[in-house]
Write a protein that binds this ligand. Structure first.
Ligand SMILES: NC(=O)c1ccc[n+]([C@@H]2O[C@H](COP(=O)([O-])OP(=O)(O)OC[C@H]3O[C@@H](n4cnc5c(N)ncnc54)[C@H](O)[C@@H]3O)[C@@H](O)[C@H]2O)c1
Length: 276
């Protein structure tokens, strides 16, 4: 029995990698989706869905798009490390528009957060979802801000939100780090369904990863959603375990290569890095 929301669901970032996957999978379940992105939707728009081109910076249009929606799956915005000026509009101001729309519609938000909000934690340190934010760049910083905005809107306005710290969501893992961080498209889709259909979520945090035995992450709020990942990167271990970057900073921290970008600090000595 497929769960179908009573009211439409707004999906931002619909033209992006994950947005296209979610559009295909959720539309196939019979969901009514309002799709939006700043670039045109590259696929045929599925039956029961409509696409509206919009900039997250345009608050009036975002409010209009959310009208009548019960859920906002927020996947739009800058999705990689960029300058502060580039991140600021879509990821800071745009998120405010999303939360104002949710507040007005009494809708719930799923925020596509990222492991880069906690990227400067060491890989050797298993984390619970209530760990400190340790952003590894302006992008990760915007995700930490997004999670905190969700917390504020929950406590102040009762807007429920599910903050998914996505690891690496791609068709398959492609390197050793992704043996820890990979989130399959099916697990992501079921997570979006669970976040939408759960009777109550309050403001919660989920590690967005499949059931990978090499995970860096422990407890989170998944019991609230009744979500359990079904896939695992473990089956790729034979081919990927040796696929390392060769860079000590990248390999030391959970955020991987993002921690290395624009890294101007004198590198800690190897003995300290690897506890030798
Ligand atoms: N794919 C992953 O492994 C991963 C990991 C961590 C977090 N995430 C998050 O998930 C979301 C989707 O990721 P993705 O891999 O599909 O990224 P993506 O870049 O393919 O998709 C993001 C979409 O947002 C749109 N966008 C950018 N600026 C916009 C603006 N001003 N107004 C409206 N739309 C705008 C882009 O056009 C793009 O289609 C992002 O928020 C990303 O940060 C993804």
């Amino acid at each position: 029995m497929v769960a179908i929301p009573k009211k439409p669901v707004l999906l931002t970032g619909a033209s992006g990698g994950l947005g296209r996957v979610l559009t295909r999978n959720l539309a196939a379940m019979g969901w009514t989706l309002v799709l939006t992105d700043i670039v045109p939707f590259p696929d045929p728009v599925p039956e029961g869905c409509r696409f509206v081109k919009a900039d997250l910076n345009d608050g009036v249009t975002i409010l209009k798009l959310a009208e009548g929606c019960q859920m906002i799956l927020h996947f739009g915005g800058v999705s990689t490390e960029k300058s502060f000026e580039e991140v600021m509009g879509p990821n800071l101001k745009g998120l405010y528009h999303i939360y104002e729309a949710a507040r007005r519609e009494k809708a719930r938000v799923l925020f596509a957060s990222s492991n880069h909000s906690i990227g400067f934690h060491e890989r050797a340190e298993p984390l619970d979802a209530d760990c400190q934010f340790m952003p590894d760049g302006y992008y990760g910083l915007s995700k930490a801000y997004g999670e905190l905005m969700g917390r504020m809107y929950w406590f102040k306005h009762g807007v429920e939100n599910v903050n998914v710290r996505i690891g690496s969501s791609f068709p398959e893992p492609v390197d050793a780090r992704m043996l820890s961080t990979w989130l399959s498209y099916d697990d992501l889709t079921h997570l979006c369904v669970a976040a939408t259909m759960a009777p109550v979520t309050e403001s919660c945090v989920i590690w967005g990863a499949s059931a990978n035995s090499r995970t860096y992450w422990r407890s989170d709020d998944r019991a609230k959603l009744g979500w359990l990942p079904q896939d695992t990167a473990d089956i790729y271990a034979g081919q990927l375990a040796g696929k390392l970057s060769g860079d000590p900073i990248t390999e030391h921290y959970q955020g991987g290569g993002y921690t290395r970008m624009d890294y101007t600090r004198e590198a800690p000595p190897p003995a300290k890095l690897f506890g030798g």
